[in-house]
Write a protein that binds this ligand. Structure first.
Ligand SMILES: Nc1ncnc2c1ncn2[C@@H]1O[C@H](COP(=O)(O)OP(=O)(O)OP(=O)(O)O)[C@@H](O)[C@H]1O
Length: 264
């Protein structure tokens, strides 16, 4: 299939990606991918190895400037913005390989995540003004709250690098949550998790959507997780759109089955 998929014009989209393309020299890593992420939903982006999923994320989060196409957050075009500017607009991401401050405790990682909110100026920090102390208290409260929500209270004082992999993944998501995301981009959050940890992750994602109203775009190879948690699934292959629909539609799609079988 070569033509880009049509956007669902009826959905109240938080994120709209239209005909996105990213070329590296002669390689079309992404070529005409369109997708739409409605508010408070979980949309999954799947595809065989090398399909272009992470490249799409790198474009969405400003790590790459797309060769062409548009990315709209709310009503605002963001495809030309830097990664810092996009993060400030509330698009937060995790990476395939966990990126934490491994020598710091879990709690300290969550304090560092609030650094920009704490940063009230050199002098107020030095003099520990009432305002600074109040912000510091709030930051500690928030860190404790998210440790609890992520079932990490017991390991809050342990160095992040010594935590079980599933705990590190949850800590990374907590760090994003502290920045009050409008959109969470999760790149293979179940990679390296055991079945029990994957079940916990599934429950957590459902909770973030249903109780916290968080909007998620998920890249994931664990099909059981994708099929059970996604409101909508977009499939790409060799940089191009292949299919989109509900889990049932994707499960039965002949093009998708062929693309995945071709991989094994
Ligand atoms: N910075 C880069 N320079 C050159 N080629 C790149 C670059 N980043 C990605 N590619 C190529 O683009 C294609 C898509 O890669 P990408 O990592 O986006 O795929 P993916 O779907 O995320 O794969 P996986 O599921 O294996 O993580 C691959 O052929 C990859 O080698």
């Amino acid at each position: 299939m070569s033509s880009p998929l049509q956007l669902n014009k009826n959905a109240a989209a938080l994120l709209k990606v239209d005909k996105l393309a990213m070329r590296f020299g002669g390689l079309h890593a992404v070529n005409g991918v369109s997708l739409c992420v409605p508010e408070k939903q979980i949309v999954s982006l799947i595809g065989p190895n090398g399909a272009g999923k992470t490249t799409v994320f790198n474009c969405l989060s400003g790590f790459y400037r797309p060769t062409s196409g548009s990315i709209t957050l709310g009503n605002e075009a963001i495809e030309h913005l830097s990664s810092h500017q996009i993060a400030r607009k509330g698009v937060l991401r995790t990476f395939q390989n966990v990126r934490l401050f491994k020598q710091m405790t879990a709690f300290e990682n969550l304090l560092v995540a609030q650094h920009s909110q704490l940063n009230t100026g050199f002098l107020s920090g030095l003099l520990k003004t009432a305002d600074y102390r109040q912000r510091e208290r709030q930051a500690m409260q928030q860190a404790r709250y998210w440790l609890k929500r992520m079932a990490l209270s017991d390991v809050g004082n342990r160095e992040a690098g010594t935590l079980a992999y599933g705990q590190q993944r949850r800590l990374e998501i907590a760090r994003c949550m502290l920045a009050k995301p409008r959109l969470l981009l999760l790149d293979e959050p179940a990679a390296g998790l055991n079945p029990r940890e994957t079940e916990d992750l599934k429950a957590l994602l459902g909770e973030l959507r249903d109780n916290d109203g968080i909007t998620v775009l998920l890249i994931e190879h664990d099909m059981k997780l994708v099929m059970s948690i996604s409101d909508h699934i977009v499939v790409i292959n060799q940089g191009m759109p292949l299919a989109e629909g509900t889990a049932d539609e994707i499960r039965q799609n002949a093009d998708v089955i062929k693309a995945y079988l071709g991989e094994s």
